[in-house]
Design a protein. Sequence first.
Lengths: 319, 365
Amino acid sequence: MATAVAELIKGAKAKTVDKPISQWDLAWARLRRHKLAMFGLVSLALISLACILAPVVAPYDYEEINLNSSYLPFFSPGDAGRPMHILGTDKLGRDIFSRLLYAGRISLSVALVVTILSLLSGTLIGAISGAAGGVVDTVLMRFTDLMLTLPQLPLLLILSSSLRQFVQLQEFIGSNLSVVIIIFVLVVFGWMGDARLVRGSVLSLRSQDFIEATLALGASKMRIVFRHLIPNSLAPIIVAGTLAFGSVIIAESALSFLGFGVMPPVPTWGNMLNEARNSPLEYLFVQALSPGFMIFVTVLSINFIGDGLRDALDPRLAI
Amino acid sequence: MTNFIIRRTVQNVVMLFFISMLIYVVLNLAPGGPFDTLALSNPRITKSMIDRLNRLLDLDKPILPGKYCPVDNAGQPLPCRFDQGRYIRWLQRVIAGDWGESWTMQKGIPVTRMIGQRLGYTFLLMGLSLVVALLFAIPIGVLSAVKQYSITDYVATTLAFFGQSMPTFWTGLMLMAIFAVQFKLFPTGGVRTTGMEGDIIEALTRIFSFGKKYPELAGREFAAILDGLWHVSLPVIVLAFFNMATWTRFTRASMLEVLRQDYMRTARAKGLVERVVILKHGFRNSLIPLITLLCLAIPGLFGGAIITESIFSWPGMGRMYIDAVANVDWPVVQGLLVITATLTVFANLLADILYAVVDPRIQYN
C-alpha cells in the first residue's frame, strides 16, 4: 500500500517535471500521421540532399562537354573508364544526371530565397495594414488588389526581359544577373497572398481579449504586432509559404523554359527543358523526361507537405 | 444591387487607370525603341537620325505628366515646357479605339486587327479545354465528395495533386514525345496539315456567316474542322488536365459543404431516393460557388495560354504575346495586356453579381 502510494506520487512528480505539450508538438504528431506529407518530407529531403551534395554525388561535372557522345539514350556506358550516363547526355554530350543535380541547386535555392523574401515582405505589409487600419490600410490593400489583378506571367516576362537590358546592372552584378533578376521579379509578384492572409488574421486577432490585455499593460504597438499578432498568425503563414515554395519552383521553371529566366550556362530544371524542346524530335523524350520529372516530384512533395501542414496546424482538430 | 454595381464599376475604372499606368511604365522602363534594330542592321543610320524618328513617335517625351525639354532637329535645346506625358496620350488613343500599329512583327498592321486574327484560335483552344476539364472534373469531384474517404476519393484527390504539380510545359513536351513523335497519333503542332486548304477557324467562320466568308471552302468545311480538332487535341488535353485539378478539388469542397447542410437531411427525411437527394438537392446547390471560378476563367479564354500555345505552335494570343515580347513589339504587348487586365477586373465584378443572383442570401450594400 505504502509503496503504491509512493509510486503514484513519484509518477505524478515525473509528470509535472515533463515538458508541457506545446501546440508545435501536437502539430508534429498530427503531421507524422499524414502519410502523404511524410512521403513528401522524405522525398524532398532526399532531393535536396542529393542537390547539396552534387559535387560528391554527380558522376560528371555539369559543364563537361563531350561532343562525341551527344544525345545518348538512358543507361549509356561512358567513355573508357568513365561512369555510366544513367539519364543520357544532352546536345553537347553533357551528363544529364549530373546537370539535374546542379540545376536542382539553383532551382531550389532560387525558390527558397523567393519564398522567404515574399513571406517577409508580405507579412510586413499585411501586419502594418491590419494593425494600422484607416488610410494606410486602404492604400496598401488597394495596391495589393491591383497587383493581384495584373496578368502575372505576361508581366514577369516583360520585367525580366527589360531588366536584362540595363547595362549598368550587368556590370554591377556580373554573370549571375539572370538569377538575381528572376528572384527580384518573382518576389515583386509573390507577396500579395501572404499580405492578405496576415492582414486578415491580424484583424481577427486584434479584437481579441488578450490583445486588449496587452494594450492595457502598456505594450507598444510595435511590440503587439511583432510579439503577439505575427506569432499568432504563424500557422496559416507557414502553410501558405510551403505551397508558395512549390508554385515558385513552377514559375521559375516556366520563365526559364520560355527563355526569360535563368540563362545557360547556369543550369536549372526549366532551362534544361528549354534545351530539350529545341533538340531534334526523336530525342525529345529522353531530354525532357528527367528535368520535368524532378520539377514534378519536388512540387508534388511540397504540395503534400503543405496539405499535411494545413491539417496539422489546424488547432480545431484533435490529434 | 444597382448601387453596388455602379460603385464597383467606378472603382474598377479607377483601378484600370492605375493598372494600365503600371503596365505602361514597366514596358517603357526598358531602354530602346522600335528603331534600335534599324541602327543595328544599317551602320549608316546615325544617332541623330534615330533621335529624330523617336521624336516623330513622341518617344522623347516624358512617360508620366511632367517637364519636357525638347531638342530641335539640329540638337539645339529648346525652352522647357509642361507635357501631358506619353501615358495619357496613349490612353486617350486606346479609349478612342486606336491601339496603335505593330512595330516589328507585322510592321504597320493595326494591333486590333492582329488580335482579331488570333482570337478565334485562342477561343477554340481555351474553350475546348475548359469544357473537357469540366466534363471530367465535376462528376469526379461530386463522386469523391459523396464517397468521402473511399478509394475513389483517394484516387481522385491524388490525381488532382498530380495535375497541380505537373507543369504544362512538361506534360506538353511529354505528350508530344509520346503521342506525336513515338506513336504518330497526333501532329506535333500547328493548326492544319500542310496542303490542307483552310483551317478549322476559317471553316467555322464560313459556317456561321452562312457561306459569305471564305467562299472557296465550300464543301470542305467538315474536313477542315476534323483536321483542326485533330491538331488541337494534344494542347487541349494538356490544358484540361492542368485545369481539372483545380476544378475537381473545388467541386469536391463545395459538394462536401452542401452535404453537411440541414436541407439535405430534410430531403432524406421526407423519403426521397438518395439519387434525387444528391443530384437535385445537393449537386445543384454545389454548383453555386463554381460560378466564381467560371467567371475567373473568362480572361484566360481571351488571353490564351502562353506556354501551351508556344509548345504546340498554336497561333493564339498567348503565342503572339511571347513573340511580341521577344521582338520588342510594345504596341502589341500593351494591347494584349490591357485586354487581359480589363477582362480580369470585370470578370471579378461579374462573379460577384452572378453570385448574388443565384444565391439570394447574399446581399451587397
